[in-house]
Design a protein around this ligand. Structure first.
Ligand code: SF4
Length: 421
């Protein structure tokens, strides 16, 4: 319930229910919504169908830009006649776009799952286009396809595509990996400085030209749990991962900073002094929500891959009771520190949506965290829900956001209570 709660044995292997049935998730294109906000001179050109264009419009439709930074090149059926035509068409669209938008420094061609797009070799197309557009604009490719993926994997694929471009760096540094809102990045940077870690870089960067360096003395601290491919690519370049829970909540953030400090040989007391004030603010902010949340039972459908760290935060810091914690994929090493802190509960990996819905209905949780597609039917059945996608769109990391994160779970419960009155 607080930072002094006992830490269970990290070596205990928690049993996991594995399911491989029909699953209900958004595709990786969704990541463009937060990635285009982060890399401010990048453009995301989806190579896809009308469905992809509609998905992006509805996912990001609430945002209004003077100059949008994503679009869809719709591959029509007529294009099936010949691959050469499709490449010509793509070249034409890219040339037009870059002529009109000289501010674009990095252009991502984002693949999708219609069969005609899968047949296109977008990586080769990106290389070919880069030869024409460099040094002004670098063209890269990754897949946001919805086949066998979940929506946060779009960010993983995008960041993994950036790794080969990162310059070699032989000096010691800390690399924080995973998209964070700029305000959180600034908070983290100044806290790391106060702790005594001076060389701190972030992936993705805010600008295409600011890719951080990487080498054998780079230590990686993941800010998001869904970056398995990116991690693998970074490790292949010699970097090592620091094992830590994710920085959600007061305790999660404290352990995250402490793990980084330990890896850099920094004294425990120095960290205690540096984080004392934000840690106290976070605990105070959480205390305001504890009464509403303590003892409430929560069920996680697998969606964002944030489920395990969120369940750890809600159970240990707010006294919620996780009934089932579903995750699309369970990367045991990446989640080890959070798993060790999770109370005994049903962990499930993958999905068989009908079976899981049956378990959820039988459990009658106070709150269900799920994708948009399941939320409305469950609400209609009288269950309070929280959209998991909102947890990825909202700034939730770090000490200063701990209260806001708790509020995201308290709000639907308050609404459900009002509706019952
Ligand atoms: S990539 Fe596939 S799943 Fe995603 S919107 Fe396009 S067609 Fe649908």
């Amino acid at each position: 319930m607080n930072a002094h709660a006992p830490i269970p044995n990290p070596n205990c292997e928690k049993p996991v229910l594995r399911e491989r049935g029909q699953h209900e998730v958004f595709c990786g294109l969704t990541g463009i919504v937060w990635l285009h906000r982060k890399i401010q001179d990048a453009f995301f050109l989806i190579v896809g169908s009308r469905t992809c264009a509609h998905l992006m419009q509805s996912a990001a439709g609430v945002m209004i830009f003077a100059e949008p930074r994503f679009a869809t090149a719709i591959i029509e059926e007529r294009d099936l006649a010949g691959m050469a035509d499709m490449h010509d068409e793509l070249d034409r669209v890219v040339t037009q776009l870059l002529a009109r938008r000289p501010d674009i420094k990095m252009l991502f061609l984002v693949g999708s799952c219609p069969s005609e797009v899968i047949k296109l070799d977008l990586s080769r197309a990106a290389e070919r286009l880069s030869q024409r557009t460099l040094p002004r604009t670098r063209v890269l490719a990754y897949s946001g396809s919805g086949i066998e993926t979940t929506f946060t994997q779009g960010e993983d694929a995008c960041l993994a595509a950036l790794v080969p471009l990162m310059p070699a760096d032989q000096d010691s540094s800390l690399l924080v990996v995973g998209t964070l809102a700029d305000i959180i990045e600034d908070q983290f940077r100044s806290l790391f400085q106060a702790i005594g870690i001076d060389r701190v870089t972030f992936l993705p960067p805010r600008r295409a030209g600011e890719l951080p360096g990487i080498g054998p003395k780079t230590q990686i601290l993941l800010a998001q749990p869904f970056l398995g491919d990116t991690l693998k690519a970074l490790e292949a370049r010699g970097a090592t991962r620091i094992d830590a829970p994710f920085p959600l909540g007061a305790e999660g953030s404290e352990l995250w900073f402490r793990a980084a400090a330990k890896a850099f040989g920094i004294d425990h007391q120095k960290v205690t002094a540096a984080i004392a004030a934000p840690l106290e603010r976070a605990r105070l902010a959480l205390s305001r929500h504890r009464e509403r949340l303590t003892g409430k039972r929560i069920f996680f459908f697998p969606d964002s891959q944030l489920e395990i760290p969120l369940a750890r935060f809600l159970s240990r810091e707010l006294g919620m009771v996780p009934v089932e914690v579903g995750t699309p994929y369970l990367h045991r090493q990446v989640h080890a520190a959070d798993l060790a802190l999770l109370p005994d509960t049903q962990i499930s990996e993958g999905q068989d949506v009908d079976r899981q819905l049956a378990r959820c209905r039988a459990a009658k949780p106070d709150l269900t965290v799920c994708g948009l597609g399941l939320a409305n039917p469950l609400e209609a059945e009288g269950l309070a829900t929280k959209w998991s996608i909102e947890l990825v769109f909202s700034p939730i990391h770090g000490f200063e956001q701990a209260g806001d994160l708790a509020e995201l779970f308290a709000r639907p419960l308050a609404r459900a209570e009002k509706l019952r009155v």
